[in-house]
Design a protein around this ligand. Structure first.
Ligand SMILES: [Zn+2]
Length: 324
């Protein structure tokens, strides 16, 4: 057990780069502690602390009863929010690229991206994603959309929806799209869209934090109850953000590994980086609470990967039928 933990830490360099010179700045031990160990320990301790405080205030029986009720409630809300997403998606055009008819239909609507479906399938094959788990593409009118989700997270079958804004297909280059789509596919292949997205949607822990705060307040410690609830909420928000940022890094790396696309991918983040520099949120707030790592850092990582593995990347691109 301990040996395997050490081995995983030692394997860090290969985890970051599939070939050649390791540049383990991003998924280094430090990153893993921040993105994996800290969120896990923080969630476990917050849960234990919240239940403990509540039990001390109102007794174990009431605590367990209320906690069970809140957990059930949060699951109902989760199912509802996934239901809403599905309903919204039912109203937009969608394409299953594994079906020739759909690929042709897509090519007709976006003639400049006619070659995309075939390349998308090659990315999926290169990533070892079985056909039934290849996401269906949903085209929305929002230009911001570029995300993936599991549909019906409580069912046994895994169906994924990749949601992309229409304008992306009209304005972005095929390489930029493929790189982004490979990133989203990474989220499904690496299990982020299952458990991690559930962790994001299921609001059990915030409810338990609130339960502890209310229990404290009921015993007369109103100020302590309020202070605990706020502090626990804040810590929980940072925990979720750190976990999500780590997933984003993993998905970025997944995209690089499967597509070898460097320039188009990095340029996309350069653009976001300019936007972030102009936005009002301070970089500290963003580092603590944003679901995504800073764009400048992501662009640097992508270029670092390209520099460390030029031969590998050009082989990957050639395998997808892109310019070497
Ligand atoms: Zn992502």
């Amino acid at each position: 057990m301990i040996a395997s933990i050490f081995k995983r830490f030692a394997d860090n360099d290969t985890f970051y780069n599939p070939v050649a010179t390791p540049d383990s700045r991003l998924l280094s031990v430090k990153e893993r502690i921040k993105g994996k160990a800290f969120p896990f320990l923080a969630s476990v301790s917050l849960t234990a602390l919240s239940l403990g405080l509540s039990a001390a205030a109102v007794g174990p029986a009431a605590t367990v009863g209320v906690a069970a009720g809140l957990t059930a409630l949060s699951l109902v809300f989760t199912a509802r929010s996934f239901g809403k997403i599905e309903k919204r998606l039912e109203e937009v055009a969608s394409y299953d690229f594994t079906q020739l008819d759909d690929a042709l239909r897509f090519a007709k609507r976006f003639p400049e991206q006619a070659a995309l479906p075939a390349k998308f399938l090659r990315v999926a094959a290169a990533a070892g994603i079985p056909e039934e788990k290849i996401p269906r593409i949903y085209v929305t009118s929002s230009s911001d959309d570029f995300w993936v989700t599991r549909l019906k997270p409580f069912s046994r079958e895994e169906h994924y929806a990749m949601v992309v804004g229409r304008k992306r297909f009209q304005n972005d280059s095929t390489e930029s799209l493929l790189s982004g789509m490979a990133h989203e596919m990474g989220h499904t292949a690496l299990g982020h869209s299952g458990t991690a997205s559930l962790a994001f949607h299921v609001k059990t822990l915030p409810l338990l934090n609130l339960q502890a705060g209310v229990a404290l307040a009921l015993t007369g410690n109103i100020l302590a109850g309020a202070a605990y609830t706020v502090a626990a909420y804040a810590l929980n928000a940072v925990t979720l953000a750190k976990r999500s940022q780590y997933s984003e890094r993993e998905a970025d790396r997944f995209s690089l590994k499967t597509t070898g696309i460097i320039d188009a991918a990095a340029e996309e983040f350069d653009w976001d980086y300019d936007f972030e520099k102009r936005s009002k949120a301070s970089s500290t707030t963003r580092k603590l609470l944003s679901t995504h790592p800073p764009s400048g850092q992501r662009a640097d990582y992508i270029r670092g990967f390209g520099k460390a593995n030029p031969e590998y990347c050009s082989q990957r691109r050639a395998a997808l039928g892109l310019a070497r």
